[in-house]
Design a protein around this ligand. Structure first.
Ligand code: GUN
Length: 298
C-alpha cells in the first residue's frame, strides 16, 4: 500500500514549530517578521493563492499585508513600489505574485526585489547561490517543500535516479538543483523531450510539474517509486470544476512507495516554506544565523 503523503498535516506541523521560533525571534531578538505580498490584476487563481498566503502568515505570527494594484499599473510604478518596500527596515519579505500582466517584465520586477527580501528565491543572485549550493540563501518555496516531502519518505537520496518533468524557473529548474545537491542522478524532461515513459520507468523519484491534468501514467512509473505531483489543474467533471494534479493519481498510487495527492500535497508545503523563507529573510537582515535558527527543530 502506497503512503499517501499528507502535505496538509506536514505543513501544519511545520508552521506550528515555526510559530514558536517566531516568538523567540520577537522576544529574544526584537525581530518581528513582516511579509508584503503584491498582486497586480485580478487573476482568480492568483487571488486565491495570495489570500491563502496572507491567512497563513497571520496564523503563524508574521505581520503581513497584501497590496493590490489594477492591471493597468505601469512597470515603472511597480518598480517604484518595490523600491520603496526595499528601503522599509520593518519589511523582511517581498513577494510579487506571478504571472504579471504582459506589459510588465517579470524579470525586471523580480530583480528589483532586494536579494535579502526575495522570499520567492527568484532573484538572479539567489538562483546563482542555489546553483552553487550556498548556505543561508533563499530557495524557491515549491521545490523546497517538495524536497522536504521526499526526504520524509526517504532520508538518504544519494545515488537515486530522479526525473523532473517541467523546466520552469519556479519549479523544474530549482528542483533539479536541489535533487542534485542530494546526490541524485537527475534528468529534466520537458515539452520537447522524447521517450518520457522510458526515463520515468527508471526513476526512483518523479516530480511532475507540467500543468497537464493526468499527464503521468501508471505504466511510466517504476514499482516502489516516490511520486511528487506539483500540478494544480482545474478540470470539469460532470459539469463541476475539480482540482487534479499532473499525475493519474488513482492508477499510479497502486504501484508506488509514496505519492502526494492534489489538493493537500505540495500546495500547503509551498505556503509553509514561504513562511519559513520569510523567517530566514528576517534572520538574514537581523544578523541571526538563519541556517542554525530555522533548520534546528523544524
Ligand atoms: N505563481 C505561481 N507560483 C508562484 C510562486 O511560487 N511565487 C510567486 N510569486 N508567484 C507564483
Amino acid at each position: 500500500m502506497a503512503i499517501i503523503i499528507d502535505g496538509k498535516k506536514i505543513a501544519n506541523d511545520l508552521c506550528k514549530k515555526l510559530s514558536q521560533k517566531i516568538n523567540i525571534l520577537k522576544v529574544e531578538h526584537n525581530i518581528f517578521p513582516c511579509l508584503k505580498v503584491i498582486l497586480v490584476g485580478s487573476n482568480p487563481a492568483s487571488q486565491v493563492y495570495v489570500r491563502n498566503k496572507q491567512k497563513k502568515a497571520e496564523s503563524v505570527g508574521i505581520n503581513s499585508e497584501t497590496v493590490v494594484f489594477s492591471d493597468n499599473l505601469s512597470e515603472d510604478e511597480l518598480i517604484e513600489k518595490i523600491s520603496e518596500l526595499n528601503k522599509e527596515r520593518f519589511v523582511h519579505g517581498i513577494l510579487v505574485q506571478l504571472p504579471l500582466p504582459n506589459h510588465i517584465s517579470a524579470s525586471r520586477v523580480i530583480n528589483t526585489v532586494s536579494v535579502e527580501k526575495d522570499v520567492d528565491g527568484f532573484h538572479d543572485e539567489n538562483v546563482g547561490r542555489l546553483v552553487k549550493g550556498e548556505r543561508n540563501c533563499l530557495i524557491p518555496c515549491t521545490p523546497k517543500g517538495s524536497l522536504d516531502l521526499i526526504k520524509l519518505v526517504e532520508s538518504n537520496l544519494s545515488g537515486k535516479n530522479a526525473v523532473v518533468i517541467g523546466r520552469s524557473n519556479i519549479v523544474g529548474k530549482p528542483m533539479f538543483h536541489l535533487l542534485l545537491q542530494e546526490n541524485c542522478t537527475v534528468t529534466i524532461l520537458h515539452s520537447q523531450s522524447k521517450d518520457l515513459a522510458e526515463y520515468c520507468s527508471k526513476a526512483d523519484i518523479v516530480v511532475a510539474a507540467v500543468g497537464k491534468p493526468n499527464f503521468v501514467q501508471k505504466n511510466w512509473i517504476k514499482e516502489g517509486a516516490i511520486v511528487i505531483d506539483v500540478g494544480i489543474n482545474s478540470v470539469n467533471i460532470g459539469g463541476k470544476p475539480k482540482l487534479v494534479g499532473d499525475v493519474d493519481f488513482d492508477g499510479v498510487k497502486e504501484k508506488v512507495k509514496a505519492i502526494t495527492p492534489v489538493p493537500g500535497g505540495v500546495g500547503p508545503m509551498t505556503i509553509a516554506f514561504l513562511m519559513i523563507n520569510t523567517v530566514i529573510a528576517a534572520c538574514l537582515q537581523g544578523k541571526v544565523d538563519a541556517y542554525d535558527f530555522v533548520s534546528s527543530g523544524l
